[in-house]
Design a binder for this molecule. Structure first.
Ligand code: PEP
Ligand code: MN
Length: 274
């Protein structure tokens, strides 16, 4: 049986299906707030936004860093949403922990055992993404690094793996979600955005994630994706997010049964008049 792990006061586990949403990176105060308000209105309960971005090229936008943390602090105060952001460097732990309700460990850092060990010594929930080429066993062993230090608040995230297929960015391994649920008590969420690499695939992959039993989704959303400083091609637009959320939550309610709460199930009448 899967345990329930909370981010702020928001539960992830068998009796809830929860959406985490937000921009890949905080680009400005205005866009961060605008995105947060839009995803919140559509029923997402946790905001995810990057502050330190681990980019393949050192010349790509690396995030606004400390300035973005201040912005997130303000957005959190305004919206009341708990916030997740990625920690890429253990030396930034204190600074990030001051603001974040959960820390994302990205795919590129899944094997960063020093980082995982330090997070294990905190009480912060850890959203642990599967490495680009990591097996299910390696993901579970990475989670062990956090758990064995005493921090049991780990949520696993399947975000697609590298295969020979090049028609999309990564291959979403839906089977891994079912296998992880067999092998661990930890909640499992799916990030369809990084697997898809383009907007049109985000909804179908999200529905697959719901159907295979994921406990939630982590989705990238941007008010103007064509202007995004990173991952614009895969970001849902804020103005299409409510319709997306409605489809996901409808399937969630069907799959998980009426005894399970589906967070953010916004009544259709409200969405239609929005
Ligand atoms: C991200 O969440 O923006 C990100 C960089 O993801 P990943 O570590 O899965 O590539
Ligand atoms: Mn991203």
């Amino acid at each position: 049986m899967t345990d329930t792990v909370h981010i702020g006061d928001v539960p992830f586990g068998p009796s809830h299906f929860t959406t985490i949403a937000g921009p890949c990176a905080v680009e400005s105060r205005e866009m961060a707030l605008q995105t947060a308000l839009a995803v919140q209105a559509a029923g997402a309960r946790v905001l995810r936004a990057g502050v330190f971005k681990p980019r393949s090229s050192p010349r790509s936008f690396q995030g606004l860093g400390t300035r973005a943390l201040d912005i997130l602090h303000e957005v959190k105060a305004t919206t009341g949403m708990p916030v997740v952001t990625e920690l890429t460097d253990v030396r930034r732990l204190e600074e990030v922990a001051d603001i974040a309700d959960a820390v994302q460990v990205g795919a590129r850092n899944m094997h960063n055992y020093a980082l995982l060990t330090e997070l294990g010594r905190t009480e912060l929930p850890v959203l642990l993404k599967r490495g680009l080429s990591a097996t299910v066993d390696e993901l579970l062993l990475a989670a062990e690094y956090v758990l064995c230090e005493g921090n049991e608040r780990v949520i696993l995230c399947e975000r697609g793996i590298r295969t020979f297929e090049s028609a999309y960015r990564f291959t979403l391994d839906v089977a891994a979600v079912a296998v992880l649920h067999e092998r661990t008590h930890l909640p499992v969420v799916v990030d369809p955005s990084h697997a898809a690499g383009r907007r049109a695939l985000v909804l179908p992959l999200s529905l697959a994630a719901v159907a295979v039993g994921a406990d939630g989704l982590l989705v990238e959303v941007h008010p103007a994706p064509h202007l995004a400083l990173c991952d614009g091609d895969q970001a849902l637009r804020t103005d299409e997010f409510a319709a997306y959320q409605r489809q996901v939550q409808r399937l969630g309610a069907f799959i998980r049964g009426c005894e399970a709460e589906v967070d953010g199930l916004v009544p259709e009448t409200e969405l239609e008049s929005a």
